[in-house]
Design a protein around this ligand. Structure first.
Ligand SMILES: [Zn+2]
Length: 439
């Protein structure tokens, strides 16, 4: 039996109020509404990742991971179809350099070719194999970087995964984006039981009150980054993990209600939180606007953030919109906004318009505590009360903003795998509405 820390019985809202005091009206919900997060990363573009891990991931639709690919041993080129299929299933493909060399000894032009040019090669290679990928994440081979290497990484990526230590990141500690630590798996260095226990620690399950003061203190859920290589039963390969073990560990993460998302997705969410929560409001005629600066142009094209918005007296029928698109509230009153739009507006509802600030009706998602929640409930946006008008087009996007085609309503088409999506409805004479829907 798992022992859940009694602290966690305290409502999440109380947690905010106790620890967070930000300037602006927008407050990001930690870890997308989950207790914590975990990003599994798999390095080196190994064939056994396609052969042995891909089938496991197909059985775990709530788990999205990151593959840091290289062309060492023809890894990327030789397995392009497999990695393209993984990308199309919602997994992230990141950059692990062209030839996996020791970068701290390389010249600037070598670094440019190994890092910057190879990011483009990954995108082109996977495009030829049928996947539309934008590379935003990086992992340094051997975890070797220095300031000049990091400068080149930053020309094309918004993060760098490094190795070492416990690999946990706390919500209120701003991460060093080009030096994010990861817990490393090796057969000789860790046991499957220890990795399972790490899934509990990230979810704040356990009794941490007796920890020595000089130990790393565990005070809540956190984001754990895990570094893996091969996935095989070959006991002679110290860096590989048994397929049955990685499956067990991933299942524990889901069971513990960790947000099991790619490295780039969680890194962008975490980075964005420090910017949007500090952004202040500027009053307008019918409400207010909040604007912020995008801290890194290489972040994903869309960064959906689950936020609470203090409507500051605009009223119960306040409408939240971005770029003229009304954002329908989730059933818990939070909004999923796109950080990359760099502003949002809160205004009074216009005549005939459905306000966004009131409680959704009973047909809305029964449980939308988190984007990507596995409840299987599909959120249904309310029909706008404009006489005679209705939405004509519904476009479906993944959470990274890639358009996946159209739908017949706020539903995920059958052809797409289980998971969370954004549907944008539009129609003549109506303000477009976006809604997170799940399947
Ligand atoms: Zn490597």
């Amino acid at each position: 039996m798992l022992k859940r820390n009694p602290f966690f019985a305290v409502p999440v809202l109380a947690f905010f109020c106790t620890f967070v005091a930000w300037a602006g009206p927008v407050t990001t919900v930690p870890w997308n509404g989950y207790v914590g997060a975990v990003s599994f990363t798999f390095d080196d573009a190994l064939k056994n990742q396609i052969d042995n891990l891909k089938p496991i991931l197909e059985g775990l639709p709530d788990v999205k991971v990151t593959f840091f690919v290289t062309n060492m041993s023809n890894g990327l080129q030789g397995n392009a179809a497999g990695f393209a299929a993984l990308a199309n299933a919602g997994h992230e493909i990141g950059n692990h350099t062209l030839s996996h060399g020791h970068m701290t000894g390389q010249s600037e032009s070598e670094l440019n070719s190994e890092i910057v040019d190879f990011a483009g090669t990954i995108e082109k290679t996977l495009e030829s194999a049928g996947a539309n990928v934008k590379v935003v994440s990086f992992a340094a081979p051997f975890c070797e970087t220095n300031e000049s290497v990091q400068k080149i990484i930053a020309k094309r990526h918004f993060n760098n995964r490094n190795c070492g230590w416990h690999g946990r990141n706390m919500w209120e500690t701003e991460p060093e984006m080009f030096n994010i630590q990861a817990k490393i798996w090796t057969r000789s260095g860790a046991t499957a039981a220890e990795m399972l226990s790490s899934m509990d620690t990230a979810a704040f399950i356990g009794d941490f009150s007796g920890a020595n003061p000089w130990d790393v203190q565990v005070t809540g859920g956190s984001w754990l980054v895990v570094l893996n290589h091969g996935v095989t039963d070959d006991a002679g390969d110290d860096y590989s993990i048994n397929p049955s073990d990685i499956e067990k560990i991933m299942k524990r993460a889901v069971e513990n209600k960790l947000w099991t998302a790619s490295f780039g997705t969680v890194a962008a969410y975490h980075r964005a939180h420090f910017v949007i929560d500090a952004a202040e409001s500027v009053a307008s005629d019918d409400g207010f606007t909040v604007s912020w600066k995008i801290p890194d142009e290489h972040m994903p094209e869309k960064v959906p953030l689950r936020v609470k918005i203090d409507t500051q007296g605009v009223g119960e029928d306040a409408v939240v919109e971005q770029d003229g698109v009304v954002i329908a509230p989730e059933s818990d009153g939070t909004f999923v906004v796109d950080f990359m739009v760099a502003s949002l507006k809160v205004r009074k509802a216009r005549a005939g318009e459905v306000g966004g600030g009131d409680k959704p009706d009973s047909t809305s998602a029964a449980d939308s505590s988190a984007v990507g929640d596995s409840s299987g409930t599909v959120g249904i946006a309310r029909t706008p009360s404009v006489p005679g008008a209705s939405f004509a087009d519904y476009a479906v996007f993944d959470l990274n903003g890639n358009c996946l085609g159209t739908s017949n309503g706020f539903v995920v088409p059958d052809r797409l795998p289980r998971g969370a999506y954004i549907v944008r409805a539009s129609g003549s004479g109506l303000a477009p509405v976006t809604k997170v829907v799940r399947k």
